[in-house]
Design a protein around this ligand. Structure first.
Ligand code: 5AD
Ligand code: SF4
Length: 374
């Protein structure tokens, strides 16, 4: 039975990317409909939910250390319900129960819609519940509870069909599922009516939007959103260089509301490493895309992600990354040391780079980017 829960306070803590922020807004939206209250302070909550990230080991360590703190809170208040959702819940599953016995529920990335039912079960039966099965239906038609009243996140697709060999996302988020365009347009039209001026379209790979549906593609979708009255600015993340088609690049400057900032993760400047990462483009192809973008949209500010210390990265590969950074002159970059993720193809590669070397390379790219940004 899905009864209303008046007065029960839920605190949601979000880790990781913008998609997780949006998912937390959807969870809050769902729970509000069921009568729950959203707590602003963890200490006054009856239920605490962590929406977690798995991208690097550090992200998971953060969650475990948070759970350590919550365990103490639960010792003081045994009625407190602790839940773990998101990418780490999906990937780790019952391992989380084993490591932190005070956790009451684990729910996967595709179980957000079922959260009220899962919570009911935990409260009624007073037992631990784990649900991490895949679901075909997304949470898209749920009204998200957004604190920001001018800018909104809107998911246009979920999951990823690329198999970058370092990345945990396909196992944490499943295969690509594009959202039907009608639902996206309707959500953004409603946001415009509510007074929202800016939307950020979210997806693990927005540039592949629609490829699994066979209808309209990302360029078409942008055209349609550009026509929505009231919306003044459209942003999107994340794009994949392999899907930056000429058609998309030619469409962007025609759409007045589409923001000129482009986040285009390159990861490495070495063709050998790009191949081992299974990125599906070469250094030359990436530079060509940047060249086209800059000639068609001269004001574009390009940002990127870079991984140093990928298994087998030799000094000359790393130098290729430095030279690519100098050639492109990114406005800014997110730079990471390679982190070996369980279940990924590179996890057990023999030529892992020593921590010390990774750190030295990370400092070098950070220094270089700092100089360029200046
Ligand atoms: N180790 C380090 N960085 C990673 N990223 C993804 N997986 C890993 C990993 N295993 C980085 C990539 C990606 C960004 C979101 O996180 O640069 O674009
Ligand atoms: Fe973290 Fe990636 Fe999951 Fe976002 S999709 S929460 S970055 S693992």
């Amino acid at each position: 039975m899905n009864m209303k829960r008046y007065g029960v306070k839920v605190y949601i803590k979000t880790f990781g990317c913008q998609m997780n922020v949006y998912d937390s807004e959807i969870m809050a939206g769902l729970l509000l409909v069921k009568g729950y209250e959203i707590a602003e302070d963890m200490n006054e909550a009856d239920i605490i939910l962590l929406n977690t990230c798995s991208i690097r080991k550090k992200a998971e360590d953060k969650v475990y250390s948070q759970l350590g703190v919550l365990k103490k809170l639960k010792e003081k208040n045994p009625d407190l319900i602790l839940g773990v959702g998101g990418c780490m819940a999906q990937r780790e599953g019952k391992e989380i129960f084993k490591r932190v016995s005070s956790v009451d529920l684990i729910f996967g990335t595709q179980q957000i819609c079922n959260l009220p039912t899962i919570l009911n079960k935990v409260m009624q039966e007073r037992k631990k519940v784990m649900v991490i099965e895949e679901e075909r239906i997304g949470p898209e038609e749920v009204k998200a509870y957004r604190k920001d009243k001018a800018k909104a996140y809107v998911a246009i697709m979920r999951g990823c069909n690329n198999h970058c060999t370092y990345c945990v996302v396909p196992s944490a988020r499943g295969r690509q599922r594009s959202r039907i365009s009608k639902g996206i347009i309707r959500e953004i039209e409603n946001l415009a009516k509510e007074g929202y001026k800016e939307v950020t379209l979210l997806g693990q790979n927005v540039t592949a939007y629609g490829k699994d549906l066979g209808g309209i593609d990302f360029a078409d979708l942008l055209e349609r959103i550009n026509e929505i009255e009231g919306i003044e600015k459209i942003r999107f993340i994340t794009s994949h260089p392999k899907d930056m088609s000429d058609r998309l690049i030619r469409t962007l400057p025609r759409l007045s509301k589409v923001c000129e900032d482009l986040h285009l993760p390159v990861q490495s400047g070495s063709n050998r490493i790009l191949k081992d990462m299974n990125r599906g483009y070469t250094r030359e192809a990436y530079l060509k895309i940047i060249g086209k973008i800059r000639s068609l949209i001269p004001r574009t500010s390009v940002t990127t992600d870079i991984i140093v210390g990928f298994p087998g990265e030799r000094e000359e590969d790393f130098v290729d990354t430095l030279s690519l950074m100098e050639e492109v002159r990114f406005a800014s970059a997110y730079m990471f040391k390679y982190s070996s993720r369980p279940g990924t193809p590179t996890e057990r590669m023999l030529d892992q780079i020593p921590e010390e070397t990774k750190l030295k390379r990370l400092h070098k790219v950070i220094d270089l980017q700092r100089a360029i940004s200046k």
